[in-house]
Design a protein around this ligand. Sequence first.
Ligand SMILES: Nc1ncnc2c1ncn2[C@@H]1O[C@H](COP(=O)(O)OP(=O)(O)OP(=O)(O)O)[C@@H](O)[C@H]1O
Ligand SMILES: [Mg+2]
Length: 443
Amino acid sequence: MLPTRYQLIEPIGQGGFGCVASAYDHATGEKVAIKKIVNLFEREKHFQKKILRELKILRHLRDHDNIVCLRDLILPPCFELFKDVYIVTNLMDFDLNRLMRNNNQPFTEQSIQYFLHQILRGLKYIHSAEIIHRDLKPENILLNQDIDVMICDFGLSRSVAHGEYPDESKYVVTRWYRAPEVILFWDQLNKAIDVWSVGCIFAELLCRPPRQVFLRGSNFKDQLDLILRKCGTPSDASELKGSSAGLKYYFDHYANVYYPRMNFRELFPDANPLAVDLLERMLQIDPDKRITVDGALAHPYLEDMHDEADEILCPDVFSYSFPAQASMEEIRQMMYDEIVSWHNEQRMIEMDERKKLVEQMLISLNNNSNSNAANVPAHGEMLHDHTMNISGLIPHAPTSGSSLKQLFSPGGISSNGSGMSEFDNSPNFNETTSLDQDDFMNL
Ligand SMILES: Nc1ncnc2c1ncn2[C@@H]1O[C@H](COP(=O)(O)OP(=O)(O)OP(=O)(O)O)[C@@H](O)[C@H]1O
Ligand SMILES: [Mg+2]
């Protein structure tokens, strides 16, 4: 059951797991997104692991402007009744896929640089925690009207620190954003696969509308073929990484084939040559030769955006690995413990904050006791401040950047009159667009 604290507004996203809806949070007065996963423990085990991993990673990566922020994990009534999971995050207005498909104007140079920089900034933080995202694609890049950019969906992510090998290889990275070594089943966890995916997103941003997915393969073979035709067959076969079966497939089919790398300047005739240079470095077949996130951030194309001091690292490495043979019931217990531990942590934060407030109040009382008693806040005022601070404990989405709307092509993203206007009319929770609570529960 969804607590009365949340009032549902409308469905906003559909994923492999179930659905995401927007909701009004009465406790903070803000809108949130709630991802609902029903009957989780009736599904396959890999799916349960995916959700548990997502909870843990979202908790770990909570403090970054370019990563969706975990706001709440809804506490089930008790362990026996625990079957659905609700993940509450800050609400964003749309994802990059919707923006790219609905906006029929080319992006300005500055907006492309801005998007790419923000994605790389978030990815730098993720990689510094020794996490590989493994499913970067436009649908997993969220945006809002203020053009904050946030990476979401950590269900396929893995901890490199723990060397946790992805055992459900058929669930890696959406095909069109998949690096060649992933297609060829390389068994090494490598941050370079995320750089490839960002390169594919970058290529789409550079396209003039109607934007095409840069490498839109219709199956695994077709995907590999497209990559090789555009990025060239490697002159030295050792540049190609894969499992023995993957490499066998390659040599069976491509040993005598030579595709030169296409001229990317011709593929993107309107693009800044520096953008093309960076793209080529991101779409290197050999993961060892592919530019790193740090290298990309420092590339001359992003010179105007780059500020190393502002591209922060995660203070702690994420090193979680599943017990190899965890049963479904053990995963259920781990997930329940995770949610309870989240609530305990929140309580501790609240208590700390209260303690600080009381200390401040005492200092203020002490300072004022000899001078003017009128300076001491009245009880009502103190209560108000206190409430504000408690709700302020929940990290807010960054609000800066509203001027970035002007970065976009004429009319900005919200007024091009073609499909994007829906974002202008984002539902007010008081209006009739409200999603009936029962509908969401039944979705
Ligand atoms: N915080 C949010 N604010 C706004 N929209 C969101 C938010 N979280 C998710 N969405 C929307 O819901 C969609 C699905 O969410 P998410 O990617 O987390 O689910 P998933 O099932 O894990 O995805 P996939 O289908 O890639 O496996 C996103 O692509 C996005 O459009
Ligand atoms: Mg997704």
